[in-house]
Design a protein around this ligand. Structure first.
Ligand code: CFN
Ligand code: HCA
Length: 542
C-alpha cells in the first residue's frame, strides 16, 4: 500500500539532514521505514537507548514510571515521594487514573493526596532519613493505611539515603507493610526502568501474602491497565456481564489486598505489555499462572480479547455468555462507526506515545478507515516494535542494565500449573497463544515511518511535510502541534475524555475523532509567528 505521495526514505534523509553527523548516525537507526517480510520479520529498530542531549524529547523519568505509572493508580497504599516537592507535584493526578473508593469497606482512597518529604538543602547536606521516618509516622497517624510505599527521586540516590532500611524499621514499628523503591529519576534511559523496579518491588513485598482462594469460576488478573479516563471500569463492566471475576488489576483502581491475593488467579491478561511483563513472567515462574496478551482498544479487538478468555477456560457456559455479550454490544459499536466513517475515511494520523498505545490505538483508527502515516514509542523496547516471535533470542531488558533482576524460582508449596501441558498444546493448536505478543511493526504497512523517541524538531518537520489530519501525543507536544493548525489528541490523559477502552469506549473514541478531524476550526488557526513575522526565529544551524 502506498501511504502518501512522499518517498519515506527521502523524508528520513530530510529529517536527518540538519543534525550533526554523530547525531544523524544515531537517529538514523531509530527512524525506520517499515517493511514486513512474508515471515513477519521487520527491519531492526534501535530503541531503549539514551536520548541525545540537546534534542527535546517526549520521555519521562524512572521515578515517573515507578511511582506515577505502575503504583500511582492503587487507591489504598499511601505513596510517599522522598524528594523535592516538584517530583510529587508532577505526578499528582495528571495521568487521570480514576478510582472508585466505594470498592473497599474502609473507603480508603489516597489518590487525591500528594505525599512528599519536601526535601530541602538541610536534608541534602545532612541526610534525609530522619525526615522520611517522620513523614511515614505522620502519614500513619493521620490515615491509618494498610500500607505505605516510599519512592526515591534523584537526590536520594545522590546523597545515599537508605530508604529500604528506613522502611524496614518503620514496618517493624508500625506493624503495617512499608516498602521502598530505589527508582531515582536518572536510572535507565526513560520511565521504562521505573516500570521494572515497580514490578520487582510489588512482587517482592506484596504478591503472595494472601493465599485465600476467592469466589468465582473464571478468575483472572488484568495486568497493564491503569484506568485512565475510566478505561478499566468499562472493561470490568464487560467482565461482570460475562461472569469473569477479576482478582486484581495492575493497577487501575487496585488495592493492596488484591495484589497480595493475585497469585491465586487462573490466568493473567496483559494489556500493556511494556509496563508489566515482569510481574506476569515472575508470577508464571513462581506460581504457575500463565499469561495471554489482550487488547481492549477497539470494538473488534475487545471482542477478540473476550473470546480469548473464553477459549482459555473452554467451557460452553462462558463461551455462550461471551458470545451473547458481544452480540448485544457490537451493533451499537458498528452503527457508531458506520455513522462517522464517511467523514473519517482516508484521513491520516500520526501516533507518538509511550510504550504500547502507539500500537493499540492503530486498531481504532483502522476501524475508522484512517491511515497511520507514522508512529513510534517514547520508550518501547525492540520487542514492542518488532514482535517477540521474530526475536526469540533478544535480551528483553536491555534498558535495565543497572536494574537487578529478581532471582525467581518455583515456590515448592504453592507452584500450581493452572493448565496441563496437553491442554495448553490443544489450545495452542486452536490458535490461543500463551506468553506471546505482537509488535507494532508487523502490523503496519510497508512504507510507514516508524520513529523511536521522536524529537520536537522531527515533529515540526513531519507536520510540515505530511500535514496529517490528526496528531496523537501528550501534553508537551500538544500546543506546538496545534500552532501548526493540526488537531492533537492526547493519548495519555485523553484530554478530558474517555473511557476509550471496550465497546462503549470505542463509540466515545469514534465520536471524538470525528469531531476533531471534521472541525474546520484548525484551518482558521494563525500561529503568532504568522501574524507577526518579526517574532520568527531560525535554528542556529540553519
Ligand atoms: S497508561 Fe500506559 S499504556 S503504562 Fe505506559 S506504556 Fe505511560 S503513562 Mo503516558 S499514556 Fe503511555 Fe503506555 Fe503502558 Fe500511560 S502509552 S506514556 S508509561 N503509558
Ligand atoms: C509520564 C506520565 C505520562 C505523561 C503524559 C504526557 C502520562 O510519562 O510520566 O506527556 O502528556 O500518561 O500521564 O506519560
Amino acid at each position: 500500500v502506498k501511504l502518501d505521495s512522499h518517498d519515506p526514505e527521502k523524508v528520513k534523509a530530510r529529517l536527518l539532514s540538519k543534525y550533526p553527523p554523530k547525531v544523524a548516525r544515531k537517529r538514523a537507526k531509530q527512524i525506520v521505514v517499515n517493511r514486513v517480510d512474508p515471515d513477519g520479520k521487520t527491519p531492526v529498530i534501535s530503541s531503549n537507548v539514551r536520548t541525545v542531549p540537546g534534542l527535546m524529547g517526549q520521555r519521562g523519568c524512572c521515578y515517573a514510571g515507578c511511582k506515577g505509572v505502575v503504583l500511582g493508580p492503587t487507591r489504598d497504599i499511601i505513596n510517599i515521594t522522598h524528594g523535592p516537592i516538584g517530583c510529587g507535584y508532577y505526578s499528582w493526578l495528571t495521568r487521570r487514573n480514576q478510582t472508585d473508593p466505594d470498592c473497599t469497606a474502609d473507603g480508603h482512597n489516597f489518590m487525591t493526596y500528594c505525599f512528599s518529604t519536601d526535601m530541602q538543602d538541610q536534608e541534602i547536606i545532612f541526610g534525609g532519613e530522619k525526615k522520611l521516618k517522620q513523614a511515614i509516622q505522620e502519614a500513619y497517624d493521620n490515615f491509618r493505611p494498610k500500607a505505605i510505599a516510599v519512592f526515591s527521586t534523584c537526590p536520594v540516590g545522590l546523597i545515599g539515603d537508605d530508604v529500604h532500611a528506613v522502611c524496614r524499621e518503620m514496618k517493624a514499628k508500625l506493624g503495617i507493610n512499608v516498602f521502598g523503591f530505589s527508582c531515582e529519576g536518572y536510572k535507565g534511559v526513560s520511565q521504562s526502568a521505573g516500570h521494572h523496579i515497580a514490578n520487582n518491588g510489588i512482587f517482592k513485598h506484596v504478591v503472595g501474602l494472601d493465599d485465600t482462594i476467592g469466589e468465582g469460576k473464571y478468575r483472572i488478573n488484568l495486568l497493564g491497565e491503569y484506568n485512565i479516563g475510566g478505561d478499566a471500569f468499562e472493561i470490568e463492566r464487560l467482565f461482570e456481564r460475562c461472569g469473569i471475576t477479576m482478582v486484581s488489576s495492575y493497577s487501575g483502581n487496585s488495592s493492596i489486598d488484591a495484589f497480595a491475593n493475585s497469585h491465586t488467579a487462573d490466568l493473567n491478561l496483559i494489556m500493556c505489555h511494556r509496563s508489566i511483563n515482569y510481574v506476569a513472567e515472575m508470577m508464571e515462574t513462581k506460581f504457575g499462572v500463565p499469561w495471554v496478551k489482550v487488547n481492549f482498544i477497539g470494538g473488534a479487538a475487545t471482542a477478540k480479547s473476550l473470546r480469548k478468555i473464553a477459549q482459555y477456560f473452554d467451557e460452553k457456559e462462558l463461551t455462550d455468555r461471551v458470545e451473547a455479550v458481544i452480540a448485544a454490544e457490537m451493533p451499537a459499536v458498528e452503527a457508531a462507526c458506520a455513522d462517522v466513517r464517511p467523514r473519517t475515511e482516508g484521513k491520516r494520523a500520526m501516533l507518538f506515545v509511550g510504550g504500547s498505545r502507539a500500537h493499540h490505538y492503530q486498531e481504532l483508527f483502522a476501524e475508522l478507515g484512517m491511515r497511520t502515516l507514522s508512529a513510534g514509542y517514547e520508550f518501547g523496547h525492540r520487542d514492542d516494535y518488532e514482535g517477540r516471535r521474530v526475536l526469540p533470542d533478544i535480551k528483553v531488558d536491555a534498558d535495565s542494565r543497572n536494574i537487578e533482576e529478581l532471582a525467581i524460582t518455583p515456590d515448592p508449596e504453592r507452584f500450581n500449573p493452572r493448565i496441563s501441558d496437553e491442554k495448553k498444546a490443544e489450545l495452542e493448536a486452536r490458535g490461543l497463544q500463551f506468553g506471546e505478543y505482537d509488535g507494532m511493526m508487523p502490523e503496519m504497512p510497508d512504507g510507514t515511518m516508524v520513529i523511536d523517541d521522536l524529537s520536537q524538531y522531527e515533529t515540526d518537520q513531519l507536520i510540515k511535510i505530511f500535514k496529517p489530519d490528526l496528531f496523537c501525543a501528550g501534553i508537551k507536544e500538544k500546543y506546538t502541534v496545534q500552532k501548526h493548525g493540526i488537531p492533537l489528541k492526547q493519548l495519555h490523559s485523553y484530554d478530558y475524555g474517555g473511557p476509550y477502552a471496550g465497546f462503549k469506549g470505542a463509540v466515545n473514541f469514534y465520536h471524538e475523532i470525528d469531531r476533531m478531524v471534521s472541525s474546520r476550526v484548525w484551518q482558521y488557526m494563525r500561529a503568532p509567528w504568522q501574524e507577526h513575522p518579526e517574532l520568527s526565529a531560525t535554528y542556529a544551524w540553519e
